[in-house]
Design a protein around this ligand. Structure first.
Ligand code: COA
Length: 233
């Protein structure tokens, strides 16, 4: 039985053969980090080679490194060899762990050489956005009950409430396996301080077991990350 909680990891922890008994692990990685260079090379799978041609896949070297790191992270969480970890993608694009067993769930987000990866015993979603010069919120993705607070912050030039709301929505929709096939405006995020959130989603009965929001410094970049973990498959 795994202990409760989400454990945040970094590149240095990838040197360990196995993570301790966390219910879930998540990390935001710079794929160029020398600490990751020591990981055994995993050749791309047939589906990686197929997927890396998609318009949104990004640079091939980043894509392959992200897919390989996903298998390494799953292997450490499962206590198995990375060569034996098989991840496929369903018709909606959601990653599914096929082997060594079906007891692990994984989620991925990427932006260039930055990859966020999360693994848990129940469905999990992760999303990231860089913290940059404030940009006007995308009003159409917001639930009507989110708008007033986000508009109030934006009048003061603060886009952080929008960023957190947006990545929380994407993390939730990834955990459900729907991604943006669902209208994000149909999901209400209630931010719970700066480190968590709750969800009101009248279109899906599944429950949130754990949420997290975290800021990660990556060299010159600052990345905001959201994780949503479902209570049950
Ligand atoms: C899931 C989705 C929100 C990802 O958004 P994004 O900002 O492009 O990409 P992110 O970096 O946040 O996430 C990428 C990861 O999302 C994951 N993903 C894709 N679809 C997913 C889904 N339905 N559920 C959960 N995760 C999904 C993949 O693991 C992908 O990682 P990979 O590139 O290593 O395969 C988005 O791609 C989506 O919903 N797509 C479905 C809608 C669609 O297909 N539109 C038309 C495009 S052709």
């Amino acid at each position: 039985m795994r202990a409760d909680g989400l454990r945040w990891i970094g590149a240095a922890e990838m040197a360990a053969p196995r993570f301790d008994a966390a219910m879930a692990v998540a990390g935001v990685f710079d794929l160029r980090d020398p600490a990751l260079a020591g990981l055994p090379t995993l050749p791309p799978t047939a589906s990686d080679i197929l997927d890396e041609g998609r318009p949104l896949a990004g640079r091939r070297d980043h894509f392959r490194a992200r897919r390989a790191l996903t298998r390494h992270l799953l292997a450490r969480w499962l206590g198995r060899a990375p060569e034996n970890v098989v991840v496929a993608h369903d018709a909606a694009g959601a990653p599914r762990v096929l082997a060594p067993d079906n007891g692990a769930f994984v989620s991925v987000a990427a932006r260039g050489p930055i990859a966020a990866i999360a693994v848990a015993a129940t469905p999990i979603g992760i999303d990231i956005e860089p913290v940059e010069t404030p940009r006007e919120p995308v009003w159409t993705v917001l639930h009507r009950d989110e708008r007033a607070a986000i508009a109030g912050a934006w009048r003061d030039g603060d886009d952080a409430p929008f960023r957190d709301t947006w990545i929380a929505k994407e993390a939730w929709l990834k955990a459900l396996g729907a991604g943006l096939r669902r209208d994000p405006a149909g999901v209400l995020i209630r931010r719970d301080g700066k480190s968590g959130f709750t969800i009101v989603d009248n279109s899906d009965p599944r429950q949130l077991a754990l949420s997290a929001l975290r800021t990660v410094a990556m060299g010159d970049a600052t990345i905001r990350c959201a994780v949503a973990i479902l209570a049950a498959p």
